[in-house]
Design a protein around this ligand. Structure first.
Ligand SMILES: Nc1nc2c(ncn2[C@@H]2O[C@H](COP(=O)(O)OP(=O)(O)O)[C@@H](O)[C@H]2O)c(=O)[nH]1
Ligand SMILES: *[C@@H]1O[C@H](CO)[C@@H](O)[C@H](O)[C@H]1NC(C)=O
Ligand SMILES: [Mg+2]
Length: 360
């Protein structure tokens, strides 16, 4: 008798828990938008880190950068720092940088796959082309390591095992300046607002470094219609940021990647991985001198909707001779830069106006 009762109870509970109708009001289909999944609440922690590719001999420069990042932002938010290098970091580098912060610091070395020639690259041809480009006076034209760096930043940093546990990153470089106090969590801002790619300076590229990049991307689009099919349509994308003639040519505009706050999922997507290996296979990182900035920028305009980009106006930032300093009155008490020195509307070199126009 008891056994029967138990059996019937089990049957009833099975019915209740598997019936699609009983709890149907709770089974609301999640919206297909990839941003801000409903299971995440705004205050939930973000899995984010700083990522820093740097050489041992740039210790002084990275100490300066990290000190500024700590005092303007990270002493409040405690995000970890991931240091990457093609060589072993020295004990001095590790000790000095880890002493700058109470946050976690980790140090990784790149392997041959992430920093080295793929087997199909003809290194004789690469060397000849480097010497040709050098005659045109292009920066880093004859540098081999610069090319490994650009290829790594284009196709590999987001696959380094030390980044596996993270969803967002902020890229840092040695010898840059961060001028403004940030009193909110930029990573939560990105996630909670469905932002995937944040930048600060938009620049024009030396076209001699990327003569075949645009054509190679156009060829990818023809060869991979199944990828193009599910990407945003041109009108929803930032397409006009990278072309002035509806795709005929690349206009040289790109976001500077030395500052980047972005979602790792963009680069880890199958779509981007297919695009990157297509570009890599074509040899342009070595035969030309493709920068990670034009590669990231053109790819992001393909993969993302325009509302997924964010201009970090409130981050006062300098890299080499160029800086963004927010001009609005509210930033005078928060920033220690001179708003007269602001790159946004530099007539020759800035692509900020092109970005603004492409948003509409
Ligand atoms: N470990 C390592 N880092 C490098 C190398 N070349 C460049 N980097 C790093 O890559 C980033 C970009 O290099 P940088 O020289 O600043 O190039 P630029 O910003 O384009 O002028 C910086 O964070 C450098 O520290 C290299 O050969 N080894
Ligand atoms: C590599 O490039 C050089 C110089 O362009 C060329 O002479 C040589 O034939 C190439 N080698 C191969 C295996 O294609
Ligand atoms: Mg730099």
């Amino acid at each position: 008798m008891l056994n029967w009762l138990g059996f019937i109870l089990i049957l009833i509970s099975l019915y209740i828990f598997t019936s699609p109708n009983l709890f149907s009001e709770k089974r609301v289909r999640p919206k297909p938008t990839p941003s801000a999944p409903s299971s995440v609440s705004p205050d939930d922690p973000v899995r984010a880190c700083f990522v820093i590719l740097v050489r041992n001999n740039e210790l002084g420069g990275i100490v300066s950068t990290i000190s500024q990042i700590e005092s303007t932002f990270n002493n409040k938010f405690k995000y970890p720092y991931i240091f990457l290098n093609d060589e072993e970091f020295t004990p001095e580098f590790v000790d000095t940088t880890s002493a700058l912060t109470t946050s976690v610091t980790r140090y990784g070395k790149l392997d041959q796959q992430m920093w080295g020639y793929p087997s199909y690259i003809n290194q004789t041809r690469a060397a000849e082309n480097r010497h040709e480009l050098a005659k045109q006076g292009v920066p880093y034209a004859d540098s081999e390591s610069y090319r490994h760096m650009c290829r790594f930043q284009s196709g590999f940093f987001f696959r380094h095992p030390l980044l596996d546990e993270f969803d967002y990153y902020w890229r840092l470089e040695p010898d840059v300046d961060y001028y403004c106090q940030l009193d909110y969590d930029v990573f939560k801002y990105m996630r909670n607002n469905g932002k995937k790619y944040g930048f600060n300076i938009a620049f024009r590229e030396f076209m001699a470094t990327v003569p075949s990049l645009w054509g190679t991307i156009e060829a990818f689009k023809r060869d991979y219609p199944e990828v193009m099919e599910h990407l945003p349509v041109k009108e929803d994308s930032l397409w006009k940021f990278v072309t002035n003639d509806n795709g005929e040519t690349y206009n040289s505009c790109h976001f500077w990647t030395n500052f980047e706050i972005a979602s790792l999922a963009v680069w880890r997507s199958n779509d981007y991985l297919k695009l990157f290996s297509y570009l890599d296979r074509s040899g342009g990182f070595f035969y030309e001198r493709w920068g990670d900035a034009p590669v990231h920028s053109i790819a992001a305009t393909m993969l993302l909707r325009k509302d997924e980009f964010h201009f970090f106006n409130d981050v006062g930032y300098r890299h080499t001779a160029y800086q963004h300093c927010p001009v609005e009155e509210e930033f005078r008490s928060k920033c220690r830069c001179d708003p007269q020195n602001n790159f946004d509307y530099d007539p020759g070199l800035s692509c900020y106006s092109t970005f603004k126009a492409a948003l509409n």
